[in-house]
Structures are given as structure tokens and as C-alpha cells.
Write a protein that binds this ligand. Sequence first.
Ligand code: HEC
Length: 94
Amino acid sequence: MKNIRVPKTFTIIMILSITIVSFVMMDGCKVPESITSKSGAQLWGENCIRCHNSPDPKGYSDDQWDAAAEHMRQKAILTNLEITKIRDFLKSAN
Ligand code: HEC
């Protein structure tokens, strides 16, 4: 069987495209500005009201907020950053 020679230009194009694709993918993982710039109070007001009245921070203790936040993170399909901000806000205001 003959040795298959891969032309240099092909190798260069492959390396270039892998580099470009990884940059595009890394960019896709960045958290959008619209989320990072929002405060916990804002996210709480905008998200929790989608299904029920935004709950009163005073209604639960810190431990209860930890449990409820994890429960609602799954229900509301929020990112870790969003729920962390909301939870910190709720705990600071209870
Ligand atoms: C997709 C709809 C939905 C969203 C969005 C949502 N919730 Fe809920 N939540 C529910 C439902 C349904 C219940 C009651 C049934 C249950 O507990 O699963 C509930 C119950 C609760 C309770 C009662 C205790 C508990 O854990 O069951 C708290 C507290 C609460 N939600 C807080 C929040 C907060 C804070 C947010 C915003 C981050 C939020 N919810 C967003 C659907 C939602």
C-alpha cells in the first residue's frame, strides 16, 4: 500500500479551521451582557413572576432559600449565575 501524503496546505487549512471553530465556540460560552449586568433583585422580579407572584424574601430563612432556589432553578431553567444572584439577593433581604 502506498503512503498517503497529506499536502502541507491541507494541514494548514485544517489547523486554521480548528482554531477558528474553537474561538467561535469559546465565544458562545460567554455569559451574555444582559445577564451579567442584571442585579439579583432585577432577575428575581423578572423571572420568578413567570409562574407565581415573586416570593417575599422575608418569607423564608437562608436555609429554606438554598433549597427553594435549587428547586426553582430547575423549574425556571435558570443559569447558575442567575440563580446565585437571585439567591444572594433573597438571603440579603430576608
Ligand atoms: C416555571 C415556573 C416557575 C418559575 C419560573 C418559578 N417557580 Fe417557584 N414554583 C413553581 C411551582 C409550580 C411551585 C409549587 C409546586 C412545587 O413546589 O413544585 C413553586 C413553588 C415555589 C416556592 C415554594 C417552596 C418550594 O420550594 O416549593 C418558592 C419559595 C418559589 N417557588 C420560589 C421561586 C423563586 C425565587 C423563583 C425565581 C427564581 C421561582 N420560584 C420561579 C414554579 C415556578
